[in-house]
Design a protein around this ligand. Structure first.
Ligand SMILES: *Cc1c(COP(=O)(O)O)cnc(C)c1O
Ligand SMILES: [Zn+2]
Length: 419
């Protein structure tokens, strides 16, 4: 079994319920979607995907936000705080400066808790409710915990989050805390947190809402659907390329799945599928390594470091879903330095778009690939910015201008300004 944009559609299996089922991407085994808690394949432990009896086309969509796309989702409605419908900004100066035909910024920091994780949680927490579980849990570099805490509290459910001690930006911890999550600070990195929370979930202690959970990726597909609809409105074509930061590669997998379903429904031509282009920080770049070596598997990095804490991940769990997406769309993966990330964060801020460091990796990666000639000047590109500036106030303050002390009277202020 392998994922492919042009794969034959299979007949719905006996386990299909309400038009959806779960299917193992490795061995093809199928499971009923809501009969039991299950994150991976019972037989081979492979990753699961939600599959549908009917696939969406653009005419099916109506309304706003993530649930505009409910015909492409496993439920008709979810636990919502009005997520999705985020802006796609034009940035003419950056477009000119980077040197591409068209550049747009899809700012996922404009979601209710300030990151795209809300799109996954509105679906994932609704499925948890459907399954009748009472405690939700995740490991997180920060944003997943903020989103889980908010959506969990909205649904009236308990939430437990495991964070790598000292490696989560202040805004994110504050959110998880105020929204009432129990926060466990683990003396280890994100990958260690995920190992533990997977063990807890396997022992029935909590329902896992990391992006290993296939339902979360369904919600995140809507980023791709929104981008395509907005570009069709804007310049009457889908973009040639989408550039995005990569941590666990959930978004890469989700966008690929959105495109696959549109190709299979006939709504998107195979040759029009945007090239998925992943960006990682140099200090945490196992996906880039796999793409560069044309490897089938990603090697786990035990030591990872970057200022972009949201993508400080050494073992991207969704790699088996994301690598085929990067390859088959003709995309690539590239790593950037922390300095390049901070420069890109300032560039975006200069256009009025405030993002956290990981988000700016997309623009930094685009610049690098454009300079190398991998991205061509006639391309129409969308960069995904995944989280809001206020998530990481320390990084923003360090990248920006320093406050200047002045006396508390106008003459003194004028004198200072003239200096
Ligand atoms: C979670 C997150 C990422 C990484 O996304 P993946 O889907 O795990 O690759 C990137 N940026 C921000 C701000 C995030 O919160
Ligand atoms: Zn399997």
């Amino acid at each position: 079994m392998s994922l492919s944009l042009s794969a034959e559609r299979r007949e719905p299996p006996a386990e299909a319920a309400d038009g959806a089922w779960l299917e193992c991407i490795e061995c093809g085994d199928t499971f009923a979607p809501f009969d039991a808690v299950r994150y991976t394949c019972d037989d081979c432990d492979g990753l699961l995907e939600v599959r549908y009896t009917d696939l969406p086309s653009f005419d099916d969509f109506s309304g706003d936000g993530v649930w505009r796309y409910n015909t492409a989702l496993p439920l008709e409605s979810g636990v919502t705080i009005q997520e999705g419908s985020t802006p796609l900004y034009r940035v003419p100066r950056l477009e000119e400066d980077v040197g591409v035909e068209a550049l747009r910024i899809k700012h996922e920091g404009m979601n209710p808790t300030g990151s795209f994780k809300d799109r996954g949680m509105t679906v994932g927490v609704a499925v948890a409710r459907e399954l009748g579980v009472d405690r939700l849990a995740c490991a997180s570099t920060g944003n997943t915990s903020a989103a889980l805490a908010a959506y969990g509290s909205r649904a009236g459910m308990q939430t437990l989050v495991l964070l790598p001690a000292g490696k989560v930006a202040a805004g994110k911890v504050a959110q998880a805390s105020l929204h009432g999550a129990r926060i466990l600070e683990v003396d280890g990195n994100f990958d260690a947190c995920l190992d533990i929370v997977q063990d807890l979930a396997a022992r029935g202690e909590a329902y896992l809402l990391n992006s290993l959970n296939p339902f979360r990726l369904e919600g995140q597909k809507t980023i791709g659907l929104e981008i395509l609809e907005a570009c069709l409105d804007d310049y009457d074509a889908v973009p040639d390329r989408i550039v995005l930061p990569v941590g666990n590669a959930g978004n890469t997998a989700a966008l690929y799945k959105a495109f696959r379903e549109l190709v299979q429904s006939g709504a998107l031509a195979l040759e029009d599928v945007p090239k998925l282009t992943g960006v990682q920080a140099e200090g945490a770049a196992p996906m880039v390594e796999a793409v560069e070596n044309d490897a089938d598997e990603v090697r786990r990095w035990d030591e990872v470091e970057t200022r972009a804490t949201a993508i400080r991940i050494g073992n991207p769990v969704n790699a088996p879903k994301a690598l085929p997406g990067i390859r088959e769309t003709g995309g690539t993966a590239v790593s950037v330095t922390d300095e390049e990330i901070t420069d890109a964060q300032r560039d975006l801020a200069g256009e009025g778009i405030g993002v956290e460091p990981a988000s700016a990796a997309s623009l930094a990666g685009l610049r690098k690939l454009r300079a190398e000639g991998v991205v061509e000047s006639d391309e129409r590109v969308v960069c995904l910015t995944t989280g809001h500036l206020l998530k990481d106030p320390d990084a923003a303050a360090a990248a920006g201008n320093d406050p200047e002390p002045v006396p508390a009277e106008t003459e003194g202020v004028l004198e200072h300004l003239q200096r």
